[in-house]
Design a protein around this ligand. Structure first.
Ligand SMILES: [Zn+2]
Length: 419
């Protein structure tokens, strides 16, 4: 997703150089001849542009190919130089903030994680984030000038174009926070922000299960529930960034739990992790077996073993949670008709039984008479998926390889010429 201010004119040469970069990133390692064939421009011209890109530090030679070209010589292979620059990524979750420094390929070099303590309010949380970002820069010993941007994923309704957190139901006091502007002022590096679930979807599209999938939905389940949606290869954002707020679809008309968003009966009130823990604790109290669970404040981490051991109360409630999540996923399938649904969040640790319960519920609730043509899987990108997505947003915006906009290439060239 690229947030562009305006189109600029670009020369044919710059277009070709951007196309070479794109080919090297998508298809590399690749030879000069291979690039020339892909681009359909002459070999000398291709070589001249490649020489400039090598001088800029964006492309590097990495030895020779095993096979020979028509002339019998082994061709020198080229690849994108991921260490030509660096990116800062951050994820503001309800429980934790993660801050990392990656190379241009979103490979993590330094990472720190600390509690959000969201109840302290936006000023305190932003100060923590800023210290985290500064700390990671310092620890990495990388010159700040080499950092091309900061990408931040945050929970809530986010207007990425404006760099604004409109409202975050699960972070106290986050209403109309100009996060992009604040971070740019405090750190002095161009900053891009996006909703947590969309950031995860971007990571799946670039590095995960959705690389070759045009229509897919990522479902995050945690303190809240949200989705990141790609339709026909494009990230769905909507007018004010509200698209995909599945957790706040009114699902339980008979419910009386008030959601953090202010409504009653949202999907989140049925099957967020907070509701799951509350339901289990109520059932434990009712059963009179509190002593078996040895403490009042049950944590999510306690549930994984209890579920795999078949504890009656935990199993019943977690299975119910899977069924509710299945209803939510079924609703998103009816809205977006995805080929793939990817589940994110700590519920993955409940394992295959949980996934099969979700699938059962989805198939029961989604046109039972129509043969299903979607797949539902757990994400394989691990707990740093958000960081991977957030840094990808920076790369996409700065390099802007999909458009004929010159800005991206000049920004990176100008930055890198100082290195
Ligand atoms: Zn709600």
């Amino acid at each position: 997703m690229v947030y562009r201010d305006k189109e600029n004119n670009i020369s044919l040469k710059e277009i070709n150089k951007k196309n070479i970069l794109k080919i090297v990133i998508d298809m590399g390692p690749i030879s000069r001849i291979g690039i020339s064939r892909e681009l359909k421009i002459s070999r000398p011209t291709t070589s001249a542009y490649i020489a400039e890109l090598i001088e800029d530090g964006l492309i590097e030679e990495i030895g020779k190919s095993d096979s020979t070209s028509a002339g019998g010589k082994k061709a020198v292979l080229l690849q994108f130089n991921n260490r030509a620059g660096y990116i800062l990524g951050a994820m503001i979750g309800v429980r934790n903030i993660r801050v990392a420094l990656t190379d241009l390929g979103s490979n993590i070099i330094e990472i720190v994680k600390f509690p959000t303590e969201e109840w302290l309010g936006p000023d305190a949380v932003i100060n923590k984030l800023v210290s985290g970002l500064k700390g990671v820069i310092k620890k990495s010993r990388i010159d700040k000038e080499k950092i091309i941007g900061i990408g931040i994923g945050a929970t809530g309704i986010i207007d990425s174009k404006e760099g604004l957190v409109i409202f975050s139901p699960n972070l106290s006091g986050w209403e109309n926070i100009r996060l992009k502007k604040i971070i740019e002022e405090k750190i002095g590096i161009p900053t891009f922000i996006e909703n947590e679930c969309r950031v995860q979807a971007i990571a799946e599209k670039n590095f995960g299960l959705a690389r070759d999938v045009r229509d897919f939905v990522c479902v995050e389940t945690g303190t809240g529930i949200g989705t990141g949606v790609f339709v026909d290869n494009k990230l769905l954002v909507g007018n004010k960034g509200m698209a995909g707020e599945v957790g706040h679809l009114i699902t339980n008309l008979a419910g009386n739990r008030v959601c953090h968003c202010g409504n009653v009966g949202c999907l989140e009130t049925l099957c967020s992790i907070t509701s799951l823990l509350e339901d289990i604790e109520n059932d434990i109290k009712k059963s009179g077996k509190s002593s078996d669970y040895n403490k009042g404040g049950l944590e999510l981490e306690d549930l994984f073993a209890l579920y795999s051991d078949g504890d009656e109360i935990v199993t019943r409630n977690v299975d119910n949670n899977a069924e509710y999540l299945g209803i939510g996923i079924s609703n998103t399938i009816k809205m977006f008709s995805p080929e793939l649904v990817i589940i994110h969040g700590e519920v993955i640790k409940f394992g295959e039984r949980y996934l099969s319960k979700v699938k059962e519920s989805v198939s029961k609730n989604t046109f039972p008479k129509v043969k299903s043509d979607y797949d539902i899987r757990f994400s394989e990108l691990g707990e740093n998926v958000g960081i991977i997505g957030a840094t990808t947003i920076v790369f996409d915006n700065v390099f802007d390889l999909e458009s004929s906009n010159i800005a991206g290439h000049y920004i990176i060239k100008k930055k890198l010429s100082r290195i």
